[in-house]
Design a binder for this molecule. Structure first.
Ligand code: FCB
Length: 464
């Protein structure tokens, strides 16, 4: 038995033989800038809304901030080596806008650009594909001071940033994601107040959602104007199967509304060039006129992409309630949940893929995030046992194998996340990494799930 087998258990033990990766498929890991980089004042980086939010007392668990995080800005070389040692084939990271344009406007900060250029080059030298996200939630605070995503002008600023970054990095990065999870940015950030900038105004959140979508369209256009041939662009949405907790009309209606709020509000404009009518009526009734939408916006939002990014974690079970957003609240989960309380359901991933294909698009799909937080044991003798995360991973890989067999066109799978990191409003309390990070010493220890993933990739490649 090899060390990997002994520590991680064999793939067979975890439930299945690896699926046969189709040509061009890559197994990856994902992170985001504010969650791992730290060095928030280094090399001319400007302040972001997450710096401001995390430093506001009461916003993040235990008063945690991303000031140091995983210190990846200084340790990136060894993190690339770590990925290489795990046989990872693709790395999805995000670019911090405030490193490139500290105030979100004008002058480009060379040192910020160079950091990502070196990172991408070094990945490529090791045969790891770089996949870059332009916006993973860290808006320059200076733009927020002027209204942030509530202001239409921010869309044009973002397109300019996209053009600059695409122009500079297009020779080393082929795959580009414009926006990550605009539902979280718009609604959790501006209506519910759980994420930066921490506002609680639905009219603002609706305008923000439109401007984020429009920014995807404009950035796509900007990237296309500068990327060399072979460059590809897409958006990453977080999608949830939404299930009525009880099968009656009131619950089914609650599920339709929640689905409209989290899924269709983004899927419909991107792939059908229209906001869903039922949700437009509901918002106009409950919030007010949707006054941000101008002629031509929906055509821009629906501009053709090269791939579609799907983040999948869990299904939602819902029930009608006077308390929840839009009179819907989460019902109790059925079966096992992760440390976040999210229901574990690999089948939900298959359902999402089938729905996207039937109702929206036949574009190639990248699973841009999928993963789980659990309270792990501390490293002992260089080992972190995380059987629940390993099982989560094995279950979702099996689901992808089944989806592929059913004809789905999945081209990437990115585990969230390479490292334990700053999990937004939960700070460092929720660990999503397949690699354990000791936040006192910054020591990295691959967990059993990381060794399982490596073994899975090796076996998948041997079979193909
Ligand atoms: C997603 C985010 C990602 C991470 C995971 C757990 O919503 O895109 O940054 O926090 O959840």
């Amino acid at each position: 038995m090899t060390a990997v087998d002994a520590r991680a258990g064999t793939t067979a033990e975890a439930g299945a033989e690896p699926f046969a990766p189709p040509p061009g498929f890559r197994f990856g890991v994902a992170t985001a800038a504010y969650q791992i980089e730290g060095s928030t004042l280094a090399d001319g980086r400007g302040e972001s809304i997450w710096d401001r939010f995390a430093h506001t007392p009461g916003k993040v668990a235990d008063g945690d901030t991303g000031d140091v995080a995983c210190d990846h800005y200084r340790r990136w070389r060894s993190d690339v080596e770590l990925m290489d040692s795990l046989h990872v084939e693709s790395y999805r990271f995000s670019i911090a806008w405030p490193r490139i344009q500290p105030t979100g406007v004008g002058t480009v900060n060379r040192r910020g650009l160079d950091f990502y250029k070196r990172l991408a080059e070094s990945l490529r030298e090791r045969g790891i594909e770089p996949v870059a996200t332009l916006y993973h939630w860290d808006l320059p605070q200076a733009l927020q001071n002027g209204g942030g995503w509530d202001r239409r002008d921010t869309v044009e600023r973002f397109a300019e940033y996209a053009r600059v970054v695409g122009d500079e990095l297009g020779d080393v990065v082929a795959s580009w994601i414009t926006q990550n999870e605009p539902w979280c940015t718009a609604f959790l950030g501006n209506a519910i107040g759980r994420k930066a900038p921490g506002l609680t105004d639905w009219a603002t959140a609706l305008r923000v959602s439109h401007h984020l979508l429009l920014s995807h369209g404009r950035a796509t256009e900007a990237l296309r104007s500068v990327l060399p041939g072979g460059g590809e662009v897409g958006i990453a949405l977080n999608l949830f199967p939404v299930l009525p907790a009880v099968d009656d009309e009131a619950h089914r209606e609650a599920a339709r509304v929640r689905d409209g709020y989290v899924n269709r509000w983004f899927l419909d404009p991107v792939f059908k060039g229209a906001y869903p009518e039922d949700m437009v009526e509901r918002y106009e009734r409950e919030v007010g006129p949707l006054n941000a939408v101008r002629d031509g916006d929906l055509e821009a939002i629906a501009a053709p992409c090269d791939f579609f990014g799907v983040n999948y974690y869990n299904p939602m079970r819902v029930e009608p309630s006077p308390d929840g957003p839009l009179h819907v609240r989460d019902a109790e989960s059925v079966g096992p949940v992760t440390g976040m309380g999210w229901e574990i359901d690999p089948d939900g991933l298959k359902q999402i893929l089938a729905r996207v294909r039937e109702e929206y698009t036949s574009l190639p799909i990248m699973i841009t995030e999928n993963g789980s937080a659990f309270e792990d044991a501390e490293p002992a003798d260089g080992v972190v046992e995380d059987p629940q995360r390993r099982a989560y991973l094995a279950g979702h890989l099996a689901a992808i194998g089944e989806a592929l067999a059913d004809g789905a066109d999945v081209t990437r799978y990115f585990v969230w996340s390479l490292l334990d990191n700053f999990e937004w409003e939960d700070g460092y309390a929720q660990r999503f990494g397949i690699v354990h990070v000791d936040f006192e010493t910054q020591a990295r220890t691959p967990k059993a799930s990381a060794l399982f993933y490596k073994d899975y990739i090796d076996r998948a490649r041997k079979g193909s």
